[in-house]
Design a protein around this ligand. Structure first.
Ligand code: PGA
Length: 251
């Protein structure tokens, strides 16, 4: 049985003061909640404070990106080791905003995934189609290529330590959620792809999150689908009450 995972992707939001307020509120509201894994991914600037505030908490800490090198002359980048050191256990990789705004390729995603795993960080590897691709009936083709190239050369042990997020780009920040059936269709494809590449056991253990306008009002229906194991939540993770409700409605 896969334990649900609800991850908040704060993106480029929240000053330290706002981050502290939000984390304190989440801690208070979710203190005894054990039925789903809960994760927040603040911007780099808030990670250290977040780690201090989350000590002995059931809320885990993640980052939104990393660079694949261990250290060196890479101005502006952050290494896997630095994230581990600051208390992260997860990292989002290949989010569509990284792919589309910062031109990250599947090959970059693959390098970053391997670097995260080497540092014992759990990568949340994002895939998903843009609207034109969906309308042209190319969703499965696009997601398949992203999976093949982003997960290239990962062995069974590595894939078992990873999480996949399906995020249709047309649903991100638009208020337009995929229907549970649309999400399930792609999630099922991803699980079948994992079964074919690895084996049934592996495919049954890996968590596949849905992301794209997840809200308190739609998480239940999304989670009722067989292959949806949680949510990657953007906008609604910035408000304590709505994130708490999403977490509670996910089980
Ligand atoms: P959204 O973002 O919930 O604001 O649509 C999701 C994401 O980009 O991870």
């Amino acid at each position: 049985m896969r334990k649900p995972l609800i991850a908040g992707n704060w993106k480029m939001n929240n000053t330290l003061f706002q981050a502290r307020e939000l984390i304190n509120s989440l801690r208070r509201e979710l203190i005894d909640f054990e039925d789903a894994d809960i994760l927040i991914c603040p911007p780099f600037t808030a990670l250290s404070d977040a780690n201090d505030l989350l000590i002995e908490s059931n809320i885990k800490l993640g980052a939104q990106n990393l660079y694949w090198q261990e250290k060196g002359a890479f101005t502006g980048e952050v290494s896997p080791l630095m994230l581990k050191d600051i208390g992260c256990s997860y990292v989002i990789i290949g989010h569509s905003e990284r792919r589309n705004i910062f031109s990250e390729t599947n090959q970059d995603v693959n390098r970053k995934t391997k670097a995260a795993l080497s540092a014992e960080l759990t990568p949340i590897i994002c895939v998903g189609e843009v609207l034109d691709e969906r309308e042209a009936g190319k969703t499965i083709e696009v997601v398949k290529k992203q999976l093949e190239e982003s997960l290239a050369d990962l062995d069974e042990e590595q894939i078992l330590k990873s999480v996949i997020a399906y995020e249709p780009v047309w649903a991100i920040g638009t208020g337009k959620t995929a229907t549970p059936q649309q999400a399930q269709e792609v999630h099922k494809f991803i699980r079948t792809w994992l079964k074919d590449k690895y084996c049934i056991d592996v495919s049954q253990q890996i968590r596949i999150l849905y992301g794209g306008s997840v809200k308190p009002s739609n998480i239940k229906d999304l989670m009722s689908e067989d292959d949806v194991d949680g949510g990657l939540v953007g906008g609604a993770s910035l408000d304590s009450a709505s994130f708490v409700e999403i977490v509670k409605n996910s089980v």
